[in-house]
Design a protein around this ligand. Structure first.
Ligand SMILES: [Zn+2]
Length: 273
């Protein structure tokens, strides 16, 4: 099992790898830029290469770059969609400094246009930014179904994947808090949920997991992350998920409300025999 957490990018790429290793992690996640979506900082190619070497040396799983969560690729507002497109396109170019990693984004909120129109806009955006030449796999994150969010049902994510032309460049990141809040009972029926995912999307398209407990109940559509073992999913279920043999090669990434020490303890708890 590969496990890590969300880290701050402030000291650069290699520093994130070193921080991850220091807390027992062998993967991590970071924001490609400020969550508000402002201009990204310049990438130092040597620093990026140093991280790649470090990850190889320490047998890291793939790392996850997270798009600003404020982007909305399926907004009713054309400028908002264009801003998401421009930002993601630029992110994908920057991702080539750290090739063959994962780029995760929130499919967005249809803001009243309806799920189908939302799916159409997201697909269109993906087809205009994903290129054959890129090494990065783009991931659709499973959502909690808050407001008009698209992607809280496996069927919706599959509909997007169906419309994407370059299918080897796209996959899914499953967030345990989000799918529990969306109504998938991963606490009492993890195997059932995973087979449903496999039937609708295909387990081979699952490329990463966000491992979070939830402050709210099954089907609450809330999206409030909780520390591992302190929410309504619970430690036992989250340990079972993290140890699923079919998912052993994937990065599991904590996005719980923690400082580094808290993350270190959660990694210990989840990986203890
Ligand atoms: Zn996310």
């Amino acid at each position: 099992m590969h496990i890590g957490c969300h880290l701050s990018t402030s000291d650069g790429f290699l520093a994130m790898g070193q921080t991850a290793l220091s807390i027992g992690a062998d993967t991590f996640q970071f924001f490609t830029r400020n969550p508000r979506g402002s201009r990204a900082r310049q990438i130092d190619p040597d620093d990026a290469q140093a991280l790649m070497d470090f990850m190889k040396e320490h047998r890291f799983a793939r790392i996850i770059a997270h798009a600003p969560y404020t982007l909305n690729p399926c907004s009713i507002d054309e400028r908002t969609r264009q801003f998401a497109l421009d930002t993601m396109k630029d992110d994908l170019q920057r991702m080539e400094f750290t090739p063959f990693q994962l780029y995760n984004f929130h499919p967005g909120s249809h803001t009243g246009q309806g799920i189908e129109k939302g799916i159409e806009e997201i697909t269109k955006l993906l087809n205009s930014i994903i290129t054959q030449a890129q090494s990065t796999t783009v991931l659709l994150e499973t959502m909690a179904g808050k407001g008009t969010e698209v992607g809280s049902r496996f069927e919706e994510l599959q509909a997007i994947i169906d419309g994407v032309e370059l299918k080897d460049k796209i996959g899914v990141c499953m967030d345990t808090c989000h799918i529990f809040d969306a109504g998938y009972d991963i606490r009492d029926n993890w195997n059932g949920v995973l087979s449903e995912f496999d039937r609708i999307i295909g387990i081979g398209n699952l490329k990463a997991v966000h491992l979070n407990d939830s402050m709210n109940g099954l089907g609450s559509h809330k999206d409030r992350h909780q520390k591992i073992g302190e929410g309504s999913i619970g430690l036992e279920a989250l340990r079972r998920i993290a140890r699923t043999p079919e998912l052993s090669g994937l990065p599991f990434c904590l996005e719980t409300p923690n400082d580094l020490d808290g993350y270190r303890r959660e990694i210990e708890m989840l990986s203890a025999q």
